[in-house]
Design a protein around this ligand. Structure first.
Ligand SMILES: *[C@@H]1O[C@H](CO)[C@@H](O)[C@H](O)[C@H]1NC(C)=O
Ligand SMILES: *[C@@H]1O[C@H](CO)[C@@H](O)[C@H](O)[C@H]1NC(C)=O
Ligand SMILES: *[C@@H]1O[C@H](CO)[C@@H](O)[C@H](O)[C@H]1NC(C)=O
Ligand SMILES: *[C@@H]1O[C@H](CO)[C@@H](O)[C@H](O)[C@H]1NC(C)=O
Length: 897
């Protein structure tokens, strides 16, 4: 049995070795050429996906650009333009030494977006900007010879440097730590593949990855890939998930345009998995690139075990609902059996979003759909300290630790490495640092901020220039010949230098405005153990808006990146705190990091997936047996005190009959009930949402019947003439008062609707609304609203087919059932030994659960729970012939007496 790990990028990709340089593809390099670049032989000139090949251009005349001052210390040996290094993974060790220059084909996607959407200036600007960065390549720049070159080139499989490094490390660590499942990776090669279309090479690459590496490559057209990744994921989804609402309506065009590519790529993944799936396999989908895949697989494989983990944040429902395709995305996700999030906050946002946008019932454990339950969980990913420690022993790292320790021996060092986009808060960080220097003259000269900034393809609205200006301003104010307060590197540094930086730092500063789970801080904590450097136990300054901060329990220096003063104070605190405090904070953090490792995350998610799947399937209608009449008769005969709890609507009377304003009870139902209560060993209660007076009227011909009205607010014992009221009238009056005002407001705005005032609930009927569709849509919005605002009063609102019911959940069918059961126990006749519950609605599930529990606990001898509905349920048996089936069954029991 296999675990399919589906993630946008496979851990491997292909390098081609070309006999000669391929046709020149781009006009300029992504980042300014480095003045020092030619000092070192440049090896791995590995072009990244959709960014131009860095050409080996002659060094430019060095400029006096202040950002370049210290560049050569952190020279990028690999020449890697980093575009999507969401997680810093060690580069492929072997690749640079491989002979020749290495290439991948360029994209044939026909970007930029079609002219029709360019009518919006902003979008056009965006497209032009991307064009300038070399991301969109005009068709003319490619030639057939380019493709032929690849068809004949030598190639080989190497480690990919893009993609989800955290996931890869976790999977490897889990395998090492003894997880015994077999993994099959599913993903794209992260390189344009149109050029290989129809070649033998493509087939060979596919076969080799499958047989040798157990990886299923997903091929899709360059156009789909571009549209999916660069447009939909990077321009729409990622920003929204990080609280950057696309500036409507301009980016609306963008969203519409790129959505189909997102669907196509997701479809390609789903098809690939469906084709290779075998019974018993597990499917685990990763991250926001593939949100539709669970739903697409579920359609084809209703039985599949599917998990989904979202590595990024999940935003508040207010932000998520700005997406035009919000429903499709949610429904795609809900194809899974278990959906995992990094922290509880994201899980909560997701549940709230589902309940608001899809009007589904949610619990803290998941979402109840019509026919399935979907579990949710929060389990934070972590790092693999074992392999990190191996990398730390690399002589290269040691060398850099030496160099930097020497260079900064009498300075405090704050380090940071960020993508240069609006979300990471680089600007705020620099301003805070400036404020710190202004406020603390004694530290000038003694503290250095080393900021590594990675280029990004997202539009940055002049952020780049703004950051450059701030750096210049700080440096010109406080630098001298021997001192430069900010070392600003606009490029990535090799992994060894990165580890060295984390080792010698006195503090790491992360001021992201939003971030799912940041593992950089985990790595920093491990690197600060003092094993290779006498600087140790440094402080972590961490934005409270990161997922990580909720794990560390306040042992980090938590900051609000919007408050410069607070950030500046945190810097001061970080470098001035006593050694004892620093050590004790560090130890607590180290403890968290060692506990929450990637390996543990990996195995724990998979075992939760197994568990959820099993529980869900044990409630599956298909796996629940039909009610066995013979067996039931036997149980019935053996018992002396029998209690029946029978739902009314949908169980004893059809919903159609109920639609009439005065439902008439068919004689048959009354006759059967009469027969049943004729036996004095039987106590029968009808459970209903109706009012007391309605039930009185409906069942006046069966005086020995017990009645439960308004879903549990009122109980009438058999042969009694008065009702017991359970709800506290004062409390009810109080919440009704506030809810009624709200409902009144909607009533006035929904012509044709009406409010029904029951003793324990308020019902807003919009069945006859003039504009039903409109009323229905608005109702789902404000239902959630009432629901949330009344939570404290234990009141909840539920939207049904054509009405909204607002009622207290202090009094429900199961509280009524409990009450009745306790009463009977105290009666001289003794406690019931036979319990039968029949129902078909969600409300009845709680009664099933209650009854099953009584039997499990040995309180009653026989508990028979029967559902008529086709969805998944807590009931132990089903009855498929609906109402007539119930009547036949009860009739048969009555005849046994
Ligand atoms: C109402 O709130 C409860 C929790 O208080 C939640 O379980 C339920 O899903 C919510 N329903 C809607 C429609 O928002
Ligand atoms: C974590 O934060 C660092 C620094 O802010 C950033 O460079 C890195 O990309 C982040 N990692 C992830 C997984 O987002
Ligand atoms: C999934 O939900 C069910 C029903 O609420 C619960 O019994 C089960 O423990 C949950 N599974 C996990 C892994 O949380
Ligand atoms: C419920 O409310 C009605 C009026 O709305 C009232 O006549 C009745 O007495 C109340 N109590 C019961 C038990 O129905």
């Amino acid at each position: 049995m296999t675990v399919f790990l589906a993630s946008l990028f496979l851990p491997k990709t292909i390098y081609f070795s070309l006999p000669e340089a391929p046709p020149r593809i781009s006009r300029k390099s992504v980042r300014p050429s480095n003045p020092g670049a030619s000092k070192r032989p440049s090896l791995n000139l590995r072009p990244s996906l959709f960014t131009p090949h860095p050409q080996n251009t002659p060094p430019l005349t060095p400029t006096d650009d202040e950002t370049a001052i210290d560049d050569d210390l952190f020279l990028n040996e690999d020449g890697l333009p980093v575009h999507d290094a969401e997680y810093r993974a060690p580069a492929d060790k072997e690749s640079p030494s491989w002979g020749g220059r290495i290439f991948q084909p360029t994209s044939r996607a026909n970007s930029p977006p079609p002219a029709s959407i360019l009518e919006h200036d902003k979008t056009f600007e965006k497209a032009k900007e991307l064009g300038r960065q070399g991301i969109f390549q005009p068709r003319a720049s490619r030639s057939d010879s380019h493709d032929k070159v690849f068809a004949n080139a030598n190639w080989r499989v190497v480690n990919a440097d893009q993609g989800n490094g955290g996931l890869r490390n976790a999977a490897e660590a889990a395998a090492r730590d003894g997880y015994d499942g077999e993994f099959t990776w599913v993903g794209t090669l992260g390189m344009p593949a149109d050029a290989l279309e129809g070649t033998q090479q493509k087939q060979d690459i596919h076969d080799r990855l499958v047989t040798e590496f157990n990886m299923l490559p997903v091929f899709c057209s360059d156009k789909d890939f571009d549209g999916h990744y660069l447009h939909f994921c990077k321009q729409i989804l990622w920003p929204v998930f990080h609280y950057q609402i696309p500036d409507n309506p301009k980016s609306k065009a963008y969203e519409d345009h790129s959505w189909k590519f997102y669907v196509n790529l997701n479809r390609a993944f789903a098809d690939k998995i469906v084709k290779n799936w075998k019974r018993g396999d597990t499917i685990w989908i990763h991250d926001y690139h593939l949100l539709l895949v669970p739903g697409m697989i579920r359609e084809k494989l209703p039985e599949a075990k599917i998990g989904l983990f979202l590595h990024v944040a999940f935003p508040s429902s207010e932000v998520f609902r700005c997406l035009a395709v919000r429903k499709q995305l949610l429904e795609g996700m809900l194809g899974a059996n278990l959906i995992g999030f990094q922290i509880a906050e994201y899980t909560r946002h997701f549940l709230q979003t589902c309940s608001r946008l899809l009007s589904v019932e949610t619990t803290s454990e998941g979402i109840q759909l019509e026919d399935r339950f979907v579990n949710v969980t929060n389990t934070a990913i972590g790092i693999d300290p074992v392999s990190l420690n191996t990398h730390r022993q690399d002589p290269e790292v040691m060398k850099w630790v030496e160099i930097m320790r020497d260079r900064y021996k009498d300075k405090k060092i704050i380090v940071a490495r960020d993508k240069l986009d609006l979300v990471r808060g680089v600007r705020q960080k620099l301003l805070a640092f400036e404020l710190f220097l202004n406020k603390n003259p004694s530290w000038r000269d003694k503290i250095v901020l080393i900021q590594v900034a990675l280029s990004t393809s997202e539009k940055s609205d002049g952020l780049d220039a703004a950051v450059g200006d701030i750096v210049a301003r700080i440096n010109s104010a406080w630098a001298n010949l021997a001192y430069q307060p900010v070392v600003y590197l606009k490029q990535d540094i090799p992994y060894s230098q990165y580890l060295a930086l984390l080792t010698i730092a006195d503090a790491l500063m992360i001021t992201s405005q939003r971030e799912g789970m940041n593992l950089t801080s985990h790595e920093f904590i491990v690197c600060q153990d003092g094993a290779y450097c006498d600087r140790k136990h440094g402080s972590l300054i961490l934005s409270e808006f990161t997922g990580t901060s909720s794990l560390f329990g306040g042992k980090e220096l938590s900051v609000n990146p919007w408050s410069y003063r607070q950030c500046s104070d945190a810097i001061k605190q970080a470098i001035e705190m006593s050694d004892e405090e620093r050590s004790s904070r560090w130890s607590s953090l180290r403890e968290v990091v060692s506990r929450q490792t990637g390996s543990r995350w990996f195995t724990s998610f998979l075992s939760q997936l197994d568990q959820s799947y099993d529980v869900q399937h044990s409630h599956d209608q298909i796996s629940i047996p039909r009610l066995n009449l013979n067996r039931l008769a036997k149980q019935y005969r053996q018992c002396e005190r029998r209690l029946f709890l029978l739902d009314y609507e949908g169980t004893l009377i059809s919903y159609e009959a109920m639609r009439d304003s005065v439902p008439s009870n068919p004689h048959r139902t009354l006759a059967v009930l009469n027969d049943l209560v004729y036996d004095s060993r039987n106590t029968v209660f009808i459970m209903s949402a109706r009012r007391t007076d309605e039930l009185d009227r409906l069942f006046r011909l069966v005086p020995n019947l017990g009645l439960i009205a308004e879903n549990g607010c009122f109980i009438k014992y058999p042969s009694k003439s008065s009702w017991n009221e359970f709800a506290d009238r004062r409390k009810v009056a109080a919440w009704k008062e506030s809810v009624r005002n709200t409902l009144q407001y909607y009533l006035e705005r929904t012509p044709g609707s009406e409010i029904e005032d029951r003793n324990c609930s308020l019902i807003f009927h919009y069945k006859n609304a003039e504009d039903f569709t409109m009323a229905e849509r608005q109702a789902s919005d404000w239902t959630a609203h009432i629901n949330e605002s009344c939570e404290e009063q234990h009141v909840h609102a539920t939207q049904l087919e054509d009405c909204v019911v607002v009622e207290s959940h202090d009094w429900t069918k199961d509280t009524a059932a409990t009450h009745i059961y306790e009463q009977l126990k105290e009666n001289s006749d003794g406690q019931p030994d036979f319990l039968m519950v029949v129902g078909d609605g969600r409300e009845d599930e709680k009664v099933f659960r209650w009854a099953n529990k009584l039997q499990e606990d040995g309180e009653v001898k026989e508990a028979v729970t029967v559902t008529l509905s086709g969805r998944n349920t807590e009931a132990k048996t089903t009855l498929t012939q609906a109402i007539s089936g119930v009547l036949v069954t009860l009739q048969k029991l009555a005849s046994l007496s």
